[in-house]
Design a protein around this ligand. Sequence first.
Ligand SMILES: C[S@@+](CC[C@H](N)C(=O)[O-])C[C@H]1O[C@@H](n2cnc3c(N)ncnc32)[C@H](O)[C@@H]1O
Length: 330
Amino acid sequence: MALALYHPEHGYYRRTEGPWGFEGKDYYTALDCGPLLGEALALRLEAAWEELGRPARFTVLEPGAGRGWLGRDLLTAAREPFSAALVYLHRDDNPAARRAAEGALAPWLEAGQARFGTEAETLEPFVGAVISNELFDALPAQPWRWSGAAWERELLTEAGSSWQVADPGEAGAWFAARAEGGLEPGDGSIWAEALPTLVRTLTRTLKTGLFLTIDYGDAAAKLLAKGADLRRYKGHVVDGDWWEGLGDSDLTADVDFTRLRSLLEAEGMAGVASKSLGRWIREHAPLAEWETRWQEVDAPDRRARMENLLALTLPGMMGDRFKVLEGWRR
Ligand SMILES: C[S@@+](CC[C@H](N)C(=O)[O-])C[C@H]1O[C@@H](n2cnc3c(N)ncnc32)[C@H](O)[C@@H]1O
């Protein structure tokens, strides 16, 4: 998965042309559905800025920022006086995404309110927020399965996928401790080796502020009961044939929210909790105000906004499958 996504020449996320969006592309994210996620996020971050005592500068770092659309929607929606304190940092070494982001963020790049960083860059700790959308599901992940007698890992062979007995090390202890009612044959999950390092790097850039991530996944126990599962997206079709079209399809794995939370707490983050995207939107978006405002726009625009809201909140769409995890560096 690491090579398929991040090989410097052949990796899916190292391509020079973007595979995102609806028509003729591979997959879309919440940002393709409209600007409402960014609008709700602007209000959430404004509240965080208030809670921190209105610092003169509020830096927002977005790792895995892709095309920069969340940053664009956030910067568009942010209101005075919060917007005067807001500085947005885009971080993603994906060349196609970076090129798209140069266009999406152009007005703020020119004004010095947005800037690009690289994944290797070490930042001075700042006051503000670290936000991400679908970053952690793109981390290379190893599928593991309990056979009833031993742990097996899924490997790539010439014939495709093959499950072979191996020592899961730390992952085995984690899975065994989280399986509710004990492990059953076929139970399994994925293990993202790079997760602790990434969590450490990101949380250490926060002097004080909010860590907020949006992604799909579940609690460790639920993932184990579901069974290990890597997904491949190609042309908006999703399947489990991750070994097909390597470097030419998106590979993605559920985020283990229990592990993410435990790693954040180990880094000293406080109040770490997650909820469904639908509930988070209902909590932070001014739904009544939006409804009144939408009465004033023309019918196609009103419909687009309504569809955007439904995509984010309906349980069958992103409302339940996606979670928002928040934690604080006090
Ligand atoms: C599924 S895409 C999501 C893009 C965007 N956030 C969106 O919602 O459209 C995942 C992105 O994360 C980037 N990525 C993966 N690991 C990263 C890391 N350690 N730091 C920064 N970006 C990373 C990839 O290059 C890719 O562009």
